[in-house]
Design a protein around this ligand. Sequence first.
Ligand code: KG4
Ligand code: ZN
Length: 381
Amino acid sequence: MTAEKTSGVRILGIESSCDETAAAVVEDGRKILSSVVASQIDIHRKYGGVVPELASREHLRQIVPVVREAMSEAGLGMAELDAIGVTQGPGLAGSLLVGIVYGKTLARALGKPLVAVNHLEGHVHAVFLEAYGSGQEPKLPAVCLIVSGGHTVLYEVKAGEEEGSEACAYRKLGGTRDDAAGEAYDKVAKLLGLGYPGGPILDKLAAAAGSAPAPVKFGPTKTRGNALDFSFSGLKTAVLYHVREHPEYREEIRKREEGMAQAHRKLEELLPLCSKETLGLVREFQNAVVRDLVERTMAAAEECDVETILVSGGVAANSQLRRRFAEEARGRKVFFPSRALSTDNAAMIAAAAYARFVRGRFADDSLNASASMRLEEEVMN
Ligand code: KG4
Ligand code: ZN
């Protein structure tokens, strides 16, 4: 079955897999009419990470106003939508359920089709979404690195069998054995008293470190077996041990932690509270993470013999990662979404939903959250 309408298709995307409640309206999988993201960072900050129960409660509070705002920003009435796309997984079960139940109910009430979307496929579509019409569209096959707080995974992405269906087929090449890269950023920032989430602030501090001496050097991480797997928990533990073994860090960490639970501190406030050693340590940590991500991705591109590399997910916002990929591309084309579309959002969900919509791949009332949903099972046909 294929959808009768394939152009002028307006899909409302809903995303609630982790700690962002998001809604967006996208036309034909390429034109963003609106995109609203309500972040829960302020709620989870004092715990230094996402607390699942608090996340689902907050999604419940936010979902209706966020969808309303997305509709009003798009200047559309609900009746003008062609479908509702909602994240099915992977993610936190309780959080996913809020979006799914809301999406299902809305689709039923409006008599519109419901499309279930894999969150990871959403991250892949975040790259395509912005490239459409630029004359620089990524060519498939490609290797895609999805790197966020919940995922660090490499896929080979191929065009689906159907001509012009915008469908992709995925083969997993490698993934993290333990922590995701974003998780390592968040944990290291927490242990250094630098707040939550860790990625953006560590990114800025590493840039500010300049040529501060390196108090410690981290070698490349090793994973036995699959050379395209990642492992970041050893690196995080190495930072922890280094800090524990050097009591001189203690006082500055305590100072930075003061008041951190209440309010987020900006770079200008944190920088004077960081010694040269801390800055050097942060830079070395980031060097190690970025080196691993870039090396494994380039090795995957070599192995699959592809010219295109896609990088998406929250950590794709990292400035050094972007720079290193550009330096290491060796003639290959590397695509990143804008920073706003790198982190979780619903425009990417609506875009991925469109590819399914045109093939008539609709969900029914039995749709349920799939906390550990995999992408490689999304073999398109
Ligand atoms: O994709 P995302 O919004 O949510 C998940 O699906 O996890 O990614 C959030 C993650 C957090 O771990 C955050 O610390 C990390 O992305 N992150 C960054 C940067 N901005 C966000 N990591 C490194 N550098 C950044 N600039
Ligand atoms: Zn994500």
